[in-house]
Design a protein around this ligand. Sequence first.
Ligand code: GCU
Length: 682
Amino acid sequence: MSSVKPYDMCWLDYRTLKIKDFDLFRTICIVDNDKSLEVPIKELKHFIKYSFKINPRVIKGSFDFSKYILIGKIDQMKDIIKEAKMWERKLNNEGFILKRIKENDKDILIITAKNERALVYAVFKLIENLRIGEKLDDLNHVDNPASYFRIINHWDNLDGTVERGYAGNSIFFKDNKIIINERTRDYARLLSSIGINGVVINNVNVKKKEVELITHKYLKILSRLANIFWDYGIKIYLSINFASPIYLGGLSTADPLDKRVSIWWKTKAEEIYDYIPYFGGFLVKADSEFNPGPHMYGRTHADGANMLAEALEPYGGYVIWRTFVYNCMQDWRDYKTDRARAAYDNFKPLDGNFYENVVLQIKYGPMDFQVREPVSPLFGGMEKTNQILELQITQEYTGQQIHLCYLGTLWKEILEFDTYAKGEGSKVKEILKGKIFETKYNGFAGVSNVGDSSNWTGHDLAQANLYTFGVLAWNPDRDIAKVVDDWIKLTFGDDSKVRENISYMLLNSHRIYEKYTTPFGLGWMVNPGYHYGPNPEGYEYSRWGTYHRANYEAIGIDRTSKGTGYTLQYHSPWREIYDDINKCPEDLLLFFHRVPYKFILKSGKTLIQQIYDLHFEGVEEVEVLKEKWYELKERIDDKIFERVSKRLEMQLEHAKEWRDVINTYFFRKTGIPDDKGRKIYP
Ligand code: GCU
């Protein structure tokens, strides 16, 4: 291990590299004295030092060497490299070129991009390519990110706690102060190395204390934090409270159509940009789960978002407005109101009404990051509005970083989902690339799984979720098995048994988790409030009846056109497929349909038997996960081996609890025994 820090460097933990001919790395040439190249060069030198045990020299303006690295902005290259002009046309603002040219006794590795921030992405990508074993000879990349926003959302509070955080306390805040230390820069490095370009540092639920983040009290120190991240191509964003003009400005209203309110926000924006010229913008959770919003004044979300957008527009800032809006106090006995419909019902009528610098941030499913949900119909529905796909990297409903639950496989399914908005091929990933609708500012947001624990994510293997989020946000076409393999190589090295076993563990873990918890799109069934552990009738906001409405003969919710009408929010053919109990994908069966326990599935089994079987299977498969890990005992760093082993032990125990509680629940409800005669209740 190269690191002597009190925390790991995850996939950036450089070790000696076995590249025979590394003379190239002895000389780094730059065109002229450009201070802005400091960070990419520093990163390059750091890598070379750890990987080849040499200190490269940096030469300005002279290229009289046979082997060297040439790094610089494409503008600076035009006089030296004849292809540079042509290359420039292939690059967007964040893209880069890595290319090895061997001609006339010269051997040059070129790293170029339009600006210094993209050069940092380029250097990290070069490092990654070399570390996963790409041959230097083959280096020839023109790489542009597929979408505009690639943002991490922290749900961190000023007191240092993290909402839904499972990896310790906040790395940004402690005791109402902002933390800036060595770890801050290392976090920026980690994020930049996976292509992230934005970070929202505070929780979407902006409470009394956090409202003050946009005041003088914090802006000065925030500007220091912002500079560190901006060095690495990452803009800082803040979550704001819609009622700030009341809390901070002493106004009697936050009505977005009130002149005093919009002037207050304009002045506020000016002040923020004075401190932080590269401020990204605001993230807003409005009219949801007790947060204030424009509905309080009889205004629409478009009214609210546009008013803020106008304030940020002169500085190039964005308003990222969340669509996670529903009535959490809804009576679940009322079969007509369906939480799944809420986001679409609220926002679809507003399509086309948002300003250009407003982006809607849409959770992947219509509910709330369950282990499986259908993909939100909003993606295919908002044709005239910028969109961000919101994913939850933190494992709130997927085992809270105690259980191994790699999310890349699920995310890939979401990205490949075809909305049919403009006919076949209108996949979510294409919408986010801006290729289906005529919107420019689309992208990804991931709710962070990072805290101040020494390995950043609590579960060491949960680092793979953070890594994968960045990689897919940069390029959603990536093959997920390859992403996993790359991550393993970068984190654990090139041992083939390690690669084989951890790949197996990661790629199967989400399905396994789904089996022993809530298959068929059921969701929840967790303890209310903290959302961990089985509780078949647990749903915090419902005092009346259950979320899944199980009784003695059937379970699930009829969300078809004859039921709540949710299926009608989809384009054809999905609305017909989801509407038809015989066509609906079985892993979402109980999300869309109310189904008798004796319903026969495609396998020929009854629904109830399959529920039993999946729960037994799930636990058996956790045992396999454990075995796979234990086979690696001699091949993995002791500290990491122990940490992960402990969590796998817990996972197995808790998976058994899930199996027993859920199976018992259904046995008691239905009176139908397991046809394999296994013990159902403990
Ligand atoms: C979930 C989560 C909350 C969070 C909310 C949101 O409901 O449990 O902690 O605030 O999502 O995304 O806003």
